[in-house]
Design a protein around this ligand. Structure first.
Ligand code: HSE
Length: 306
């Protein structure tokens, strides 16, 4: 294989009760990338469309991943990289993660697939570190594995792929303001009370149990975040109004997607997700803030060759 074109899905991390531990991929938006082998070693980024990102291969979230992989595999070739960014940086939809995960997947294919998904996630974390200062794994793992993933442990990295109930849909609204992950992490408190730790872990267990048993009502009761949302919602204009509107229209739960500003609603069925996204968009229609909306089934495939 000399060249590969891939789709790397956008992702929703945290999923309310799973801060830094849960994520899932979505179908309707994702980056596209073309990677082509070159005889010159190293990575050259020849095209970036859709976002203002660095062409410096030592600093770009996609190329650092490929560089590390080529080095580890002792590759005798280099890569020309073209990025077509559809997931906007600072959206809370795993923008750097889709580039990093896409680079990991595509480079592995060009190398003849020497690395496992777990290893690809480790490489992709290098892109997250470059992009937001922390090697967070929830978005990159969701993009690589597809479906719902749980980061069971960071050191050593352990990922559990969770089942996705068949009627689970997501409604997403992305208000067009930028929230940097680093800033959204800085508003969090460094410690949590025992009472909040108990609530959060019980809700995470409830959500995971609901995914295994297709229990939509248990999923709904578990989509509560007492660790990040109370602080981060201040960074997102009209968050409470959007949440209320979504819940009133039957969403199982509404929360901040990753570090925001995108807001997601998990829903049972496409019809409900469409109703929920319409209710969410009405809130921003009455403001001066522009927005994009997405309705999607949970993506169970992860990065795909296209
Ligand atoms: N889990 C990370 C956070 C995701 O919430 O900061 C970053 O998109």
């Amino acid at each position: 294989m000399n060249s590969i074109k891939i789709f790397a899905p956008a992702t929703v991390a945290n999923v309310s009760c799973g801060f830094d531990a849960l994520g899932f991929a979505i179908n309707t938006v994702g980056d596209e990338m073309i990677l082509t082998k070159t005889s010159n070693k190293g990575i050259e980024i020849s095209k970036i469309e859709g976002a203002e990102l660095t062409f410096d291969s030592a600093k770009n979230a996609a190329s650092v991943v490929s560089l590390a992989m080529l080095e580890k595999a002792n590759a005798d070739f280099g890569i020309d990289m073209q990025l077509f960014k559809k997931v906007k940086p600072g959206s809370g939809l795993g923008s750097s993660a889709s580039s990093a995960a896409g680079a990991a997947f595509a480079t592995n294919e060009l190398l003849g697939k020497p690395f496992t998904n777990l290893e690809l996630t480790e490489f992709a974390r290098l892109g997250e570190e470059i992009a937001c200062g922390s090697p967070i794994a929830d978005n990159v793992a969701a993009a690589i594995y597809g479906g719902f993933i749980l980061i069971k442990s960071y050191e050593p990295l352990e990922i559990v792929k969770l089942p996705v109930p068949n009627e689970l849909w997501v409604a997403v609204i992305h208000p067009q303001i930028e929230v940097k992950t680093e800033d959204a992490r800085n508003v969090l408190k460094p410690t949590v009370t025992i009472a909040d730790a108990v609530k959060q872990s019980a809700n995470l267990a409830g959500l995971v149990s609901g995914l295994y048993t297709d229990d939509y009502q248990l999923i709904s009761r578990s989509l509560v975040d007492v660790i990040a949302e109370p602080y981060r919602k201040e960074l997102i204009p009209y968050f409470e109004n959007v949440k209320q509107a979504g819940l009133e229209h039957g969403a199982l739960g509404i929360g901040i997607s990753g570090s925001g500003p995108s807001i997601f609603g998990l829903c049972k069925g496409e019809e409900n997700a469409t109703k929920v996204v319409k209710a969410m968009e009405k809130v921003y229609q009455n403001s001066t803030i522009e927005f994009n909306i997405y309705v999607s089934k949970v993506n169970t495939k992860g990065v795909q060759i296209i």
